[in-house]
Design a protein around this ligand. Structure first.
Ligand SMILES: [Zn+2]
Length: 130
């Protein structure tokens, strides 16, 4: 384990605070959102998992290197936006066969990420033509 590449305690706490703030701003008060640091080294900065019926969600921070405040803000916002979109995803997924959902997973995720990136860009006040 290479210690100097781990996220600092300060950035970890900032992530948790920022994610909680965005949950509040987006009115996600009907969700029980827990934030943990699992160090699974998935390659993603963080991952959202949830039990929709129970309205229980987990944001697992998986940043295996030190990051700056801007990266922490954007990553926390990204995961909270996934949670914002969860009801929409669940609403249309229930009308699709499980094999279709699985087969089209990448396409659904790509569309969702495009929407998330548009919202994040608006938050940043900038524009991303990619
Ligand atoms: Zn994502």
């Amino acid at each position: 384990m290479v210690k100097e590449h781990e996220i600092s305690e300060e950035m970890l706490n900032l992530f948790k605070q920022v994610a909680k703030d965005y949950c509040s701003k987006f009115g996600l008060t009907d969700w029980d959102v827990r934030i943990s640091h699992l160090k699974r080294n998935t390659g993603d900065m963080a991952t959202l998992t949830y039990a929709h019926a129970a309205r229980a969600a987990n944001i697992d921070i998986d940043i295996a290197y030190d990051v700056d405040e801007d990266e922490v803000h954007m990553s926390a916002l990204h995961e909270v936006l996934h949670l914002v979109l969860t009801d929409m995803r669940e609403a249309y997924s229930q009308y699709l066969d499980a094999d279709v959902v699985e087969r089209e997973r990448e396409r659904f995720e790509s569309v969702e990420h495009a929407a998330i990136n548009r919202i994040i860009n608006a938050f940043k006040g900038g524009r991303n033509d990619k």
